[in-house]
Ligand binder design. Structure first.
Ligand code: ASP
Length: 207
């Protein structure tokens, strides 16, 4: 239920950056996390329906997405990030998306800022999108310009896939400035500041 909390334990309690598969499960259980079934009835029924034809057309919804990427900055300007996803629907067993890959789905460099992505993970993995955003900020770009640059890079490299798919980035820099941008419209993000949540629709390359 709480993969970010498990990931945090990996960071704090082991000398490693990532644990996967059975080893990750063993670690989580040994840390006292309960094993829970996350499959909802709605998702189970959708899967049963899909099995009737079982066409291999894994899809990520273009509008809202289910990946939650977060970048936070505290009063001492320390930056932290986290990312959690259920990933692409009806994908092959073993498919790895962008979200767990540091530098792709999320990247934080405490000297510069942090970024996180959502959307078709393959496009983000191939461009190491979140790392690109942070490197743009390192070179002085405002977070908004940095996320726009990463989206444009993806569209330039994968014009066909970009026509029908979404990728969105959020970013925060060391000065507390932020940015958000997507390939397609409909990418919402939330800004939490001074005890208040505000929802915005990010700008997009395609209208
Ligand atoms: N980025 C995720 C993946 O490719 C999916 C998503 O953002 O909805 O697995």
């Amino acid at each position: 239920m709480h993969p970010i909390s498990v990931a945090r334990r990996v960071m704090e309690k082991t000398p490693h950056v990532m644990l996967t598969g059975e080893g990750a499960l063993m670690f989580a259980l040994s840390e006292g996390f309960p094993k829970e079934n996350l499959l909802t009835e709605t998702a189970r029924l959708a899967w049963e329906e899909w099995k009737k034809k079982a066409e291999y057309k894994p899809k990520i919804n273009v509008e809202r997405h289910d990946t939650i990427g977060m970048v936070a900055i505290d009063s001492k300007n320390r930056i932290a990030g986290a990312c959690t996803t259920s990933g692409m629907a009806f994908k092959m067993h073993g498919r790895v998306g962008d979200s767990p890959v540091i530098g792709a789905g999320m990247f934080v460099d405490n000297e510069v800022g942090g970024a996180a992505s959502t959307g078709l993970g393959e496009m983000v993995l191939r461009t190491l999108g979140s790392f690109l955003v942070v490197e743009e900020m390192r070179r002085g770009a405002h977070p908004q310009k940095a996320v726009e640059k990463a989206v444009k890079r993806i569209v330039h490299k994968y014009p066909e896939q970009a026509k029908e798919n979404q990728v969105g980035f959020i970013a925060v820099d060391k000065k507390g400035r932020h940015g958000a941008y997507g390939i397609q419209t409909g990418f919402n993000y939330v800004l939490y500041q001074r005890g208040e949540n505000k929802i915005f629709e990010a700008g997009s390359l395609f209208q």
